[in-house]
Design a protein around this ligand. Structure first.
Ligand SMILES: CC(C)(COP(=O)(O)OP(=O)(O)OC[C@H]1O[C@@H](n2cnc3c(N)ncnc32)[C@H](O)[C@@H]1OP(=O)(O)O)[C@@H](O)C(=O)NCCC(=O)NCCS
Length: 172
């Protein structure tokens, strides 16, 4: 894919990106990343490497996003994150491009019905995520319920989705 100079593009990650992604997550989230509740979800349920995307600017990796297939209350979906852009490449649209693109690719598979994340409303709501009903979705650790956001074709799902985060194959 080509883009005007300086503009981010997105491609699937390969094993050759592993070191970049590890360094980027350390820079973006620091040592506290291992204590985050979303990290605990990813410890229990593996990410889908085919939904791991890299943004590039003029051929240089600039950002990364992962997806973890999960289910909630018997419904299949995905947990988005971590999403990070390298500080040298921020404010060029890479973060929003990665969030949009990975969600589009995941939902296009027709198996999962939502993309859940824990993040800032100001960043994600303009992209289509909406707040969930506080306390309805249980994480394996503490979470600020106002940051639990959902993207779905069904406009009511953010209000109604209820249950603990479980394995993808526990859902339908
Ligand atoms: C958040 C992050 C991914 C944004 O990456 P990015 O490539 O700069 O994002 P974009 O270029 O698509 O969007 C940038 C815009 O979002 C705004 N923005 C960035 N973080 C924001 C936040 N937490 N809340 C609201 N707005 C935010 C920027 O100010 C900028 O606004 P502008 O376009 O008006 O200048 C990046 O700053 C990052 O890696 N941060 C550290 C890790 C992190 O917090 N990840 C998100 C976890 S939920």
């Amino acid at each position: 894919m080509s883009a005007p100079s300086g503009q981010p593009v997105v491609r699937p990650a390969t094993p050759a990106d592993d070191a970049f992604v590890e360094d980027l997550q350390a820079i973006a989230f620091g040592p506290g990343r291992f204590a985050r509740t979303a990290f605990r979800v990813r410890e229990r349920f593996p990410i889908d490497p085919t939904l791991s995307l890299i943004s590039e600017v003029d051929g240089t990796p600039s950002g990364s996003v992962w997806m973890t297939p999960i289910s909630v209350g018997g419904m299949k979906g995905y947990l988005l994150g971590p999403l990070a852009t390298h500080p040298n490449f921020r404010k060029r649209g890479a973060g929003k491009l990665l969030a949009r693109e990975v969600s589009k690719r995941a939902l296009a598979r027709g198996e999962g019905h939502f993309v859940l994340l824990v993040g800032d409303q100001d960043y994600y709501c303009p992209l289509g995520w909406v707040p969930t009903t506080p306390g309805n979705i249980q994480f394996p650790g503490p979470v600020d319920t106002s940051r639990v956001l959902l993207l779905a074709d069904d406009p009511d799902l953010a209000k109604t989705l209820t249950g603990s985060i479980a394995a993808f194959d526990a859902g339908k």
